[in-house]
Design a protein around this ligand. Structure first.
Ligand code: AMP
Ligand code: MN
Ligand code: MN
Ligand code: MN
Length: 301
């Protein structure tokens, strides 16, 4: 697959359903990780919203990307699909997500990283299952595994199982009561993950010819001081950009992220982090980069 270049980009913003839709969305999920739509349905939805450029960035897997890519070729769909992946990393005890974009999907170093991350996911899922069994849910692992199918197993699958079986009132409560961690406070089924480091994720994405973006910097529950430390570390690790725009971010938060980009010479990315249709966000919606941002795709020439 040829990597995308800047000449491929129509920088058009269009109104759709009364919402402002950017035509570029660089962060989305399918049911090959914890999204709810199949890759084909996701592509159809993107076409419906007149999205011109889409990245599927499933957690630690390229399966959804490959299925979508085949579907686009088979149906001759007018959409540029960018290779993407969201790699889980750990830094100072925090789980930080690094999005890789526009890389060679056949790169062997990347394949090796994915294999390692999948193994870490499976091992963690088994331990989560053991802990949930002790909480009174002996079938949690089997049920989560069945839900994940051949895709990446995530805590979101366990959350869904607990929710669907009526053990928690919301998905968020599954994290708050069982699966999550807040500061030093860990819940009974929290398992310390064995992800790769930020440096390694960036290095591998670069080895595959891609661009490394820090996903949703506002969502790590970090103080301003720690967020700055993280960004400094990401920059020192040769990271390329920050997600400056996510649908739920207010203008003040976007401006803060843009300021970090300008201060640390980082490019700006934009994406919905779409997992499933809901009231608050959708593919391409409310994703316009603020004035003064240097888009991540400026690196793709
Ligand atoms: P994992 O990568 O296995 O740790 O799964 C984390 C996924 O669960 C994230 O990518 C989110 O899509 C989802 N999630 C939903 N709510 C939360 C939450 N409160 N904390 C962490 N992850 C959440
Ligand atoms: Mn997710
Ligand atoms: Mn994420
Ligand atoms: Mn994501």
């Amino acid at each position: 697959m040829a990597l995308l270049s800047t000449t491929d980009f129509p920088f058009i913003i269009e109104k759709c359903d009364g919402f402002s839709h950017g035509r570029i969305d660089l962060h989305s999920h399918t049911h090959c990780s914890d999204g709810s739509l199949s890759p084909q349905t996701l592509i159809d939805r993107a076409v419906n919203y007149q999205i011109a450029v889409l990245a599927i960035t499933d957690h630690d897997t390229l399966t959804g990307f490959h299925i979508a890519d085949d579907y686009i070729v088979e149906k001759n769909i007018p959409l540029k699909l960018i290779s993407g992946i969201e790699i889980s990393t750990t830094w100072q005890g925090f789980e930080i997500h690094i999005v890789g974009l526009n890389f060679d999907v056949k790169n062997p170093v990347l394949q090796q990283l994915i294999t390692g991350q999948q193994l870490a996911r499976e091992e963690r899922a088994i331990t989560i299952g053991e802990k949930l069994a002790k909480c009174g849910f002996p079938e949690a692992y089997n049920d989560a595994k069945q839900l994940a199918g051949a895709g990446s197993i995530t805590r979101a699958h366990f959350a869904k199982v607990l929710y669907q079986q009526g053990h928690v009132a919301t998905l968020q409560k599954a994290f708050d009561q069982y699966l999550g961690k807040k500061g030093r406070n860990t819940q009974p089924a929290f398992v310390k993950p064995n992800w790769c480091s930020i440096e390694h994720a960036v290095e591998v994405i670069h080895a595959a010819g891609g661009t490394a973006v820090m996903a949703h910097p506002i969502r790590y529950d970090l103080s301003a001081k720690w967020l700055r430390r993280l960004i400094v570390h990401f920059k020192a690790s040769k990271g390329d950009g920050l997600e400056v725009v996510l649908p739920q971010m207010n203008p003040q938060q976007r401006q803060t992220m843009l300021n970090y980009c300008l201060e640390y010479d980082l490019h700006a990315s934009t994406g919905s982090d779409f997992h499933h249709p809901n009231k608050w966000s959708d593919l391409g919606r409310n994703l316009i980069l603020p004035d003064g941002a240097i888009p991540i795709w400026a690196l793709w020439s």
